[in-house]
Design a protein around this ligand. Sequence first.
Ligand code: IMP
Length: 208
Amino acid sequence: MELVIASNNEGKIEEFRRLLSPLGYEVMSQSEAGIELFVDETAFTFEENAELKARAIFDRLGCCVLADDSGICVDSLDGDPGVYSARYGGPFLDDNGRNQILLRNMRDIPEGERGAEFVCVLHFISEFGDDIEAKGVCRGEITFEPRGVNGFGYDPIFLYEGKTFAEHTAEFKNKVSHRAKALEILLEKIKKYNEIAYGEGGFKNDHN
Ligand code: IMP
């Protein structure tokens, strides 16, 4: 069964492909599915943004779709940058620029009060148009300066179990991250859904 990911990010597509192929899905990016769709992430929650992106593709193609929305929420900034994580500080900044702005906005926040969490919401729409949602959260702290070279985005300033995400290996991060947690929850929900829709073992096709 075809499953279109509402993204063209190769890293994301590969991760989703690895985990969803065993369930029988043929995972493809939206460009592989033949559409170029840019959805404005205008909503105020991760949940609504993920649903907006998934629904836009489902309305066009009518097949299974998976969309995600993610970001970092800082306790002392009332949850900012949140849904604005990708554009925090303005559209012309790069990852390092955004990290510097965040550190500057937290310059008066002492150690012990620098709690933050990465959030990932996944929104799946089945071939019948049913919605399945899963949320993963990974809690840590914001450092006082960037550390490490791995990862992307806010990884160099997100401290988790003694190291930043940019100092941990990708393998470690992929086990504990907000995305990994959301995916684990989503996989279980999809398996249960398919068992109800198709009986034990889910649907059958050429891939399983
Ligand atoms: P989106 O989910 O593709 O809209 O991206 C949200 C933004 O949140 C990204 O551009 C990153 O800045 C940030 N972000 C989401 N997940 C991570 C992560 O695992 N590490 C670092 N930054 C992240």
